[in-house]
Design a protein around this ligand. Structure first.
Ligand code: SAM
Length: 286
């Protein structure tokens, strides 16, 4: 069992740590993704811990065999159940039938899984211990899914060659939601797929981000200096200092972008009467 090693363990976070365990045939794959930016800081401050577990260490033959041919014939090889069970059962996770799903979860990365969304990231961020099982080849013996895992997640409608990229995506998306990880806790609310405020703040209140939390919409466009770049100027409203106008502009751009790129999100988004009227006006403009 290899724990992820960091050169500088700095301890100044006094909250709970969340722990991920990644079961993989390529533990060294994760050297890159976890060593940069937000994730590496979360590891340094011990807000999150990651255990990497090399599946081959749980085999019992001298060739360290993790795969075998599929029953019924067909292409490729399938990851065997036994090394995965042995790896997970040594991690202090309860058996599936006795698992406290408010505290821990065992997730299979799979193209056939339920789509991993921001909502799923929020659910996982409320847990203490999450195991991520990375498939390879044609996939994983289905008894792993049936008997060991309580979630099966896909990170999108395409087929990857292994679950490692998916595991890194999940660790990243979940970690940035943990208290103390982002410098500004509100960042995770005022971004794409973020939650709406319980009640709309007054238009004069606080920083001019949007009319309220994103409420499941895509984020609004961002600009920084210079005010003009290659002949394109930053929208006047953003330089004008009128906070209510900036909020309104941002909300309208969120609605516009979501309608254009992800109209499916509008179905469940939290929309005001003004939002709906604005969307209708966009649709009639064509
Ligand atoms: N035969 C499988 C199928 O058609 O669904 C694809 C197996 S894929 C080549 C090998 C492994 O990559 C899977 O077991 C899974 O762990 C991972 N994988 C592939 N696509 C994925 C996706 N969209 N999301 C998460 N994991 C994926």
């Amino acid at each position: 069992m290899a724990a992820f090693q960091l050169p500088l363990p700095v301890l100044f976070y006094d909250g709970r740590a969340m722990r991920f365990e990644i079961v993989t045939i390529f533990p060294e794959f994760f050297d890159g993704p976890f060593r940069h930016g937000v994730l590496s800081r979360a590891l340094e401050t011990r807000i999150v811990e990651i255990g990497l577990h090399d599946l081959r260490a749980f085999t019992h033959d001298r060739h360290k065999t993790v795969d075998d041919r599929p029953f019924g014939g067909g292409e490729g090889m399938v990851l065997k159940a036994q090394p995965i069970f042995d790896a997970v059962e040594g991690l202090g996770i309860a058996e599936k039938n006795h698992r406290d799903l408010k505290r821990e979860s065992v997730v299979l990365l799979s193209a056939q899984g339920e789509r991993f969304t921001q909502k799923a990231a929020q659910e996982l961020a409320s847990l203490e211990h999450v195991v991520l099982i990375c498939g390879r080849y044609e996939g994983v013996d289905e008894r792993v899914n049936n008997l060991l895992c309580d979630r099966e997640h896909s990170i999108g409608d395409y087929v990857l060659s292994g679950g490692e990229l998916g595991a890194a995506v999940i660790v990243d998306a979940v970690t940035r939601l943990l208290p103390g990880v982002l410098g500004n806790a509100d960042s995770a609310r005022f971004e794409s797929f973020g939650q709406a405020d319980a009640s709309l703040p007054s238009l004069d209140e606080g920083l001019p981000r949007s009319m309220h939390g994103s409420g499941g919409l895509l984020d609004y466009p961002h600009y920084t200096r210079p005010a003009e770049f290659r002949g394109v100027a930053v929208p006047d409203v953003l330089a004008g200092g009128d906070h209510a106008a900036i909020r309104r502009w941002r909300r309208e751009r969120q609605l516009e972008k979501t309608l254009r790129n992800r109209p499916d999100l509008l179905r469940d988004a939290e929309l005001t009467k003004e939002d709906r009227e604005f969307l209708e006006s966009l649709k009639t403009q064509g």
